[in-house]
Design a binder for this molecule. Structure first.
Ligand code: FES
Ligand SMILES: [Fe+2]
Length: 333
């Protein structure tokens, strides 16, 4: 399965980038055509970090003895052997498949059809202008994701921003399951005047304009209006830290440069709201087992079912020693 891990802007042309994702130290770089490659950040020779090396002719060169590897992990050069000798085949770096689209770099883990591109939101097409902000939270992936699927923390955590108005009563929640990896939530909250709580089938969905769309394993959209969306993705670093990327997509004036300025100007408000979340979410333990959920947690329960069934991701995040098995190494070569 593809998982969103980096913003395209983080991987430049000249220098390799060493980052931790899915509990693995990885090195990313672009080859001559601009394609992003990823290897375990671990030279197969004597295990120096490749990310300290250089990009040479589109390959990554180890900083220690200058061995060069291409994006598939093949050793293409061993300087000490000289040009006249052949490079032995047993020396391979460990390659991780990558995919770049929508200015996001995905990497592959576990099973599935590698030839299918990663899924993204198909309602975004006209809104190509965005600004981005990212930061690392010391929380597990589920805690970071669930915070954004939570439809009833707003009047408390965001009482003076997006949760103004004290709408504490949570109807439904109305959730449309798209398939086994995706769902849409239509939040419907009201001020509690003693009225009856509505079940999801008693809610008139046609009146609800705002929705949250989640695609497993880690991308999220908040549909604010036709011309404004917030997209987030949650890149798992290890079992207890996650990098959160937020993008504000807009079509305001319809002129890219102006829209870009507007999204930049509005970003501090989004960051303020994000930090209201962070203050609380950072106090939650990483272990989700002991939570006791209520009706309004239904979207969170749906997400957990997907996450807990995903054995490969759980293994990667919670048991670093099985990394290479979970990556399903055989299929790639
Ligand atoms: S450790 Fe990388 S070339 Fe020797
Ligand atoms: Fe929030």
């Amino acid at each position: 399965m593809w998982i969103a891990t980096l913003s395209s802007s983080e991987v430049g042309r000249d220098r390799p980038l060493g980052v931790k994702r899915l509990n693995m130290n990885l090195v990313f770089w672009r080859d001559k055509s601009g394609k992003v490659n990823a290897l375990l950040d671990d030279c197969p020779h004597r295990h120096a970090k490749l990310s300290l090396g250089k990009v040479v002719d589109g390959n990554i060169q180890c900083p220690y003895h200058g061995f060069e590897f291409d994006g598939s992990g093949r050793t293409v050069k061993i300087p000490a052997l000289g040009k006249a000798s052949e490079v032995p085949k047993y020396l391979r770096a460990f390659s991780i498949p990558t995919y770049e689209t929508y200015d996001i770099i995905w990497i592959w883990y576990g099973n599935g059809d590698l030839s299918k591109p990663p899924r993204f939101f198909d309602d975004l097409d006209e809104l190509s202008t965005y600004s981005e902000y990212s930061e690392v939270w010391s929380v597990s992936l589920p805690r970071a994701v669930e915070n954004q699927l939570d439809v009833f923390h707003l009047p408390f955590v965001h009482y003076n921003t997006i949760g103004r108005g004290g709408k504490t009563l949570v109807h439904g929640p109305l959730v449309r399951l798209i398939d086994e990896h995706s769902f849409i939530i239509y939040p419907f909250n009201e001020v509690d005047r003693g009225q009856r709580l509505l079940r999801s089938n008693q809610i008139d969905a046609s009146k609800l304009k705002n929705y949250l769309w989640f695609i497993y394993p880690n991308i999220w959209e908040n549909y604010i209006s036709r011309n404004m969306r917030i997209i987030a993705f949650f890149a798992p670093i290890d079992s207890g830290s996650t990098k959160i990327y937020i993008r504000l997509y807009m079509k305001a004036a319809g002129i890219r440069t102006i829209d870009k300025v507007i999204t930049k100007l509005l970003m501090p408000l989004n960051v303020y709201v994000l930090h209201q979340d962070r203050r609380v979410v950072l106090t939650q333990p990483n272990d989700i087992k002991h939570d006791k959920l209520i009706h309004a947690d239904y979207p969170i329960a749906l997400y957990r079912r997907m996450y807990l069934r995903d054995k490969e991701l759980n293994k990667l995040l919670n048991n670093a020693t099985t990394v290479t098995q979970s990556l399903n190494m055989k299929k790639w070569f």
